[in-house]
Design a protein around this ligand. Structure first.
Ligand SMILES: *Cc1c(COP(=O)(O)O)cnc(C)c1O
Length: 374
């Protein structure tokens, strides 16, 4: 049994003919950059996202950076973000000479703790970047209330949760990334909607703001060689767009496959002492970009990982060093983050992808049992 964290090859095999034929069409057209396929994909993704405008760009990190630029944030402005997340979110804030302000995460759902946001707001605060971590939405209704009260922009980092659904208390629903001012995502190969290289996009409801973001991604121009604002060069190439356009049709199917795999894990793991299975908030669906368990602090995580590795089972730790302890960001710490601190020592992400089988999952769980009790 060869178990992988993500099985991109197995997924490709099932749609190989479609993908190959679409790639060939782009090559035949030679419209490699900004070809019609990029617009076609953007328009299809826009339909999937209830009509918000989709502006493709080069990767998920650029999407976050361009979003902050489009909102007109100025050096010294403060931006609130969860401290238990991937570095990209903090990095682009710091790159633009904005100040990252960290907030601890919810112990059950691992997304930003909405009860601790207000105490971090100052007269310089301009935006909040909630991250829909591991595949479920942060508590957007509460976050939007805070945004309204303090007049803050919201950028939803949806790199791990494309296709997840948020449900408001009045039962209205919205797709992840379409609730705040801007949603951003990544099409990195291992993401839930991944291409075969780098890619990213912004989701923007407001047409004026969408126009500005599109200009920034294209050297600040809307008319060629007329640079009205400072921008950058951030494009999704046509071959990646062609691949994404095929895979978009399967996105809901892929989410279901991940949810089914998560159900299997939940069933197999739920009664194991020393393991806490992922909790799902009542306000969000979960698309399981990661299936992340929390180990009892007495379990030696390192030894468990090595034990599993010897049996051919890969596992990952997202994230082993919290942002406030990273050399580049340690100066921004500004407080203590006990939940993140604990998670960094106890989380473990198990293999989950669209091709994983029940048999593989049974083997993974029985191996975990062997380690804990064997
Ligand atoms: C993957 C990821 C990004 C960055 O996306 P890239 O395409 O690798 O630049 C940003 N935020 C989160 C939460 C991610 O998981």
């Amino acid at each position: 049994m060869k178990i992988q964290m993500v099985d991109l090859k197995g997924q490709y095999e099932k749609i190989k003919e479609e993908i190959n034929s679409e790639i060939q069409k782009v090559i035949d057209s030679t419209a490699f950059i900004n070809g019609p396929k990029v617009q076609e994909f953007a328009s299809n993704l826009s339909n999937y996202l209830e009509g918000v405008k989709v502006i493709p760009c080069a990767n998920g990190t650029d999407a976050l950076q361009i979003a902050l630029m489009a909102l007109g944030l100025k050096p010294g402005d403060e931006v609130i973000l969860p401290v238990h997340t991937y570095v990209a979110t903090a990095e682009v804030i710091a790159l633009l000479r904005l100040e990252p302000v960290f907030v601890d995460v919810d112990p059950d759902f691992f997304t930003i703790n909405v009860n601790q946001i207000e105490e971090k707001i100052s007269s310089k605060t301009k935006a909040i970047v909630p991250v829909h971590l591991y595949g479920q939405c942060a508590d957007m209704e509460e976050i939007m209330k805070i945004a309204l009260k303090y007049k803050l922009f919201i950028i939803e980092d949806t790199a791990q949760a494309i296709g997840a659904t948020y449900t408001f208390s009045d039962e209205r629903t919205a797709t992840a990334g379409t609730i705040g001012d801007i949603g951003t995502t990544s099409f990195f190969p291992s993401k839930n909607l991944g291409c075969y290289g780098d890619g990213g996009a912004m989701f923007i409801g407001d047409s004026e703001l969408a126009k500005i973001a599109k200009m920034i991604a294209n050297h600040g121009q809307s008319i060629k060689y007329h640079h009205d604002i400072i921008g950058c060069n951030s494009r999704l190439d046509s071959i990646q767009a062609a691949i994404l356009d095929v895979k978009l049709k399967y996105l809901d199917e892929y989410s279901l496959a991940r949810q089914k795999a998560a159900d299997n894990y939940n069933e197999l793991l739920q009664h194991i002492e020393k393991i806490r299975i992922p909790q799902v908030a009542k306000y969000s669906s979960h698309v399981y970009h990661q299936y992340t368990i929390v180990l009892d602090e007495k379990v030696n995580r390192n030894e468990l990982q090595n034990f599993l590795k010897e049996k051919g089972i890969p596992t990952m730790i997202y994230y082993p060093v919290p942002l406030y302890k990273q050399k580049a960001y340690i100066k921004d710490a500004g407080g203590t983050f006990p939940v993140t601190e604990k998670l960094s020592k106890t989380v473990l992400s198990l293999p989950i992808h669209t091709e994983i089988t029940r048999e593989e999952q049974e083997f993974i769980v029985s191996s975990i049992r062997d380690f804990l009790f064997g």
